[in-house]
Design a protein around this ligand. Structure first.
Ligand SMILES: [Zn+2]
Ligand SMILES: [Zn+2]
Length: 344
């Protein structure tokens, strides 16, 4: 059996490039030759603060695009050569939620790149059903952004955003930037963004933000209220994982507006109930995506150019530099680095 190099999580702050056996696709699996794998905050969290839910030792990498080069025994050989993106959330297929096609809420989920080997390697074997075809019009680098974009897309759909509505996006990291484009595609009239980093703020403007405001400026909340005829925005998307942003977002929301919480937090949320009760806000917590609806829909938007996230790719690094110039670099400075792609 031949071997390959892979970036393996072994434990807390313990990530190494090491030689592992080439993956062999099992029944109902496909072997994907990896084109690009994006790094995200969850990778950083599992490496620096975790492992929380991953099961080391495991090959990291869950934002994966590539090409099918083999299938497990009895598999559909006509898929060989197909360009695909990997849905990293696996599901049991028979629990209460799977029976209702709510696979992302599966009672016994699995995670490519955390509980089974992922895409920070030249090859990865994944369940065939998790390899979603990529249209010809989408290149494989852009396709590696499908997964994080699907999180934003899912939040925008769950917000029931209607044409002409006004939106506030708290935080312009990879998720917030994708929300801006999806909200624009859904027909939002004005999109306010709060973001402190100049690099991220610049991208937010490029992606269609109406105005990007400094979250630490004491006049920011008043300005948003003022520009929405004194009522506040229709929908808030919180993608910053910050207690201050959470409170500011609620202050900027109109009565009966929708507050979409889509970030993971380091601690518990402080909710001032009395301050917010009279507004009847609808607080909606959203997680992941409906993989078999949202992935193809996001890829279709990418194919049409409605959603174009390549500008948020700030670096492309080879696998052997994926730790130093990928994970560690992202941990050192998340301000001016947005999305780093590893190209095995
Ligand atoms: Zn991710
Ligand atoms: Zn299930």
């Amino acid at each position: 059996m031949s071997r390959m190099d892979a970036i393996v999580l072994r434990g807390n702050k313990d990530v190494v490039l090491e030689s592992v056996p080439d993956p062999a696709p099992q029944v109902d699996e496909v072997l994907v030759e990896v084109a690009a794998t994006g790094l995200c905050g969850t990778d950083l969290h599992e490496y620096a603060a975790g492992p929380t839910f991953s099961q080391p030792p495991v090959v990291l990498g869950h934002e994966v695009s590539g090409r099918i080069v083999d299938v497990g025994s009895g598999g559909d050989r006509s898929r060989i050569g197909e360009a695909v993106v990997v849905v990293p959330m696996d599901f049991c297929g028979h629990c209460h939620y799977c029976a209702r096609a709510l696979y992302h809420l599966c009672a016994a989920p699995g995670w490519v790149g955390f509980t089974r080997n992922g895409g920070l390697a030249p090859y990865t074997a994944v369940p065939s059903r998790l390899a979603i075809p990529v249209p010809d019009a989408v290149d494989l680098e852009a396709a590696a952004l499908t997964e994080p974009t699907a999180v934003a897309f899912h939040a925008v759909r769950r917000a029931d955003l209607r044409v002409g509505e006004t939106v506030l996006v708290l935080g312009a990291g990879p998720l917030g930037l994708a929300v801006i484009q999806c909200a624009r595609a859904a027909g939002a009239a004005r999109i306010y963004v709060t973001e402190g980093s100049p690099v991220r703020a610049g991208l937010a403007r490029d992606f269609g933000a109406t105005a990007v405001l400094d979250p630490h400026d004491p006049g920011t909340t008043a300005r948003i209220i003022d520009e929405t005829r004194g009522t506040g925005v229709d929908v808030v998307f919180h993608a910053a994982g910050s207690p201050d942003a959470f409170a500011q977002g609620l202050d900027c929301l109109r009565k009966q507006g929708r507050f979409m919480e889509m970030s993971s937090w380091a601690g518990a949320a402080p909710l001032d109930v009395n301050r917010n009760l009279i507004k009847e806000p609808q607080l909606r917590l959203v997680f992941g995506y409906d993989m078999f609806d949202d992935f193809p829909a996001v890829l279709a938007l990418m194919a049409e150019g409605t959603v174009a996230l390549e500008p948020q790719i700030t670096a492309r690094v080879p696998l052997d530099k994926g730790i130093e110039e990928g994970l560690v670099a992202l941990l050192d400075s998340r301000e001016d680095r947005i999305k780093i792609l590893v190209k095995p």
